[in-house]
Design a protein around this ligand. Structure first.
Ligand SMILES: [Zn+2]
Length: 80
């Protein structure tokens, strides 16, 4: 094995149950989620970030809409 094939990992994020390492040798990102691990290239990580960001934003908007809809319905049902 050449030196180029040896991993040189940096911990980018170390939350319990979710770790992110970067391998400088191979320019890969390694996600560890519980017992599952996933290796990505840097472009895929950026794609994943954008997809997760927009998913969280839409989910929050959905919850906010549902919340205000329920409040509106409660007001309609309120006796005078
Ligand atoms: Zn590596």
């Amino acid at each position: 094995m050449s030196e180029a094939s040896m991993c040189k990992k940096i911990l980018l994020s170390g939350q319990a149950g979710f770790r992110v390492h970067y391998c400088e040798s191979h320019r890969t990102i390694e996600l560890e989620l519980g017992a599952m691990s996933l290796r990505l290239d840097e472009d895929a990580l950026l794609l994943m970030r954008d997809a997760l960001d927009s998913s969280v934003t839409k989910l929050e908007a959905l919850h906010a809409t549902r919340g205000s809809f329920r409040a509106f319905m409660r007001q309609l049902n309120m006796p005078d």
